[in-house]
Design a binder for this molecule. Structure first.
Ligand SMILES: *[C@@H]1O[C@H](CO)[C@@H](O)[C@H](O)[C@H]1NC(C)=O
Length: 377
């Protein structure tokens, strides 16, 4: 599995030592193969810290420098690691993949009082108004600065999932000159409503227990996540395959004793990798994106009704909760989406696939990405 190899390359565990005591022959072969793979992987995926927009951003890279760049944007609750499969495929196809930890996540800086401290401080202590620094404007500023810092002055390909996709659509809206083409996963572009804030719209649809409503007040959901434990919270998110709305009732999002079997596409090592990152940062950085929705809505008012003038492809699983928001399927399939994204080239609905599509169907998603961006290379 690529995962063990990745952990070896990115977490400095080192390759297993071939001189471990008396391995059997087959065990020895296995160890040698793992060591060789670890060496190969450490060549494929490299890591660096870049100063951008006043922050230190961690970015994972693969593929030849100077090759056409593909910027990969993860969502919640993830890190660059969500792209581990696509990075390899893109590198093998001759592209230069760049997958940052977005601000607030992983090994990137997490501005604001609550972020990066909430897990240690416990129930929301210090989780103040840091979310003001997680608007689309801030995050897009990070990406533009990141591209400048790594010397990508020409427009790049962007591939994005979940919150990354929301950010990517806004990047295309604000800086179409920096994007050659976009592949958005899971979250379609939807136009800003001048009349109603997104949180109010969601509350009207799903009620107060809807997770995005529950996340709004700083500290509250952090306390609930602390009660459940980092790893269980991640399991609950990643294993979620219900097309219905994600609810987190005030009575609790389950018990710390819940057992959540992992879906086949994610291993115990993957979960441990993600958990090690969220144990370090806490969840506040990622949650702040939801809390900044109001501010982003205010700041993006000048773009109300604007079209996205970048070639795009959209891929979503038919079990993804995002594909079951009332009205979204009509919007996607009956002309609304195409009206706002006139260069929308292709919409792919993957059957029997949930939200974390790039991890659940790595090969298919990589093929979709590469066949699309090839047209512009
Ligand atoms: C965003 O605005 C809605 C009301 O429109 C409010 O319920 C919610 O708490 C606000 N979120 C934050 C983080 O202030």
């Amino acid at each position: 599995m690529p995962v063990a190899r990745l952990l070896a390359s990115c977490c400095c565990l080192g390759a297993p030592s071939p001189s471990s005591p008396l391995p059997t022959d087959s065990k020895k072969e296995e160890i040698m193969a793992a060591a060789a793979a670890a060496a190969a992987d450490s060549e494929v995926i490299t890591h660096r810290i870049v100063e951008a927009n006043g922050l230190r951003l961690h970015v994972a890279e693969a593929g030849p420098a100077g090759a056409p760049a593909v910027l990969l944007l993860h969502g919640f609750p993830q890190t660059w690691y969500a792209w581990r499969h696509q990075m390899r495929e893109l590198a093998a196809a001759g592209y230069h993949a760049l997958a940052p930890d977005m601000r607030g996540y992983g090994d990137s800086d997490a501005p604001g009082p609550g972020a990066a401290a909430d897990s240690a401080a416990g129930a929301g202590a210090g989780a103040g108004a840091g979310h003001e620094r997680y608007t689309a404007m801030h995050v897009i500023g990070d990406l533009v600065a990141l591209l400048d810092a790594v010397g990508e002055r020409e427009p790049v390909f962007v591939v994005a999932h979940d919150w990354g996709a929301l950010t990517a659509w806004n990047l295309c809206l604000l800086r179409p000159d920096r994007v050659r083409a976009l592949v958005a996963l899971s979250v379609a572009f939807t136009p800003r409503s001048p009349a109603r804030r997104p949180v109010d719209g969601l509350r009207a649809l799903y009620g107060d227990d809807y997770y995005i409503c529950r996340i709004q007040e700083p500290g509250v959901i952090e306390a609930e996540f602390a009660r459940l434990g980092t790893e269980l919270v991640l399991r609950k998110f990643l294993a979620y395959r219900d097309p219905g709305p994600l609810l987190m009732p005030k009575s609790g999002w389950g018990s710390p004793d819940d057992e959540v079997p992992l879906p086949s596409w994610i291993t115990e090592e993957d979960i441990k990798h993600y958990a090690s990152k969220f144990d370090k940062t806490g969840f506040t950085g990622g949650l702040n994106y939801y809390r900044a929705l109001n501010k982003t809505w205010e700041l993006t008012s000048p773009w109300t009704g604007a079209e996205i003038k970048v070639p795009a492809k959209f891929i979503v699983g038919d079990l993804d909760l995002t594909y079951h928001t009332p009205g979204i399927q009509d919007f996607i399939h009956k002309g609304g989406f195409k009206k706002f994204v006139p260069l929308l080239d292709d919409v792919v609905i993957m059957k029997d696939v949930g939200h974390f599509i790039n991890e659940e169907k790595p090969k298919e998603v990589s093929e979709h990405i590469i066949s699309f961006i090839k047209k512009f290379s």
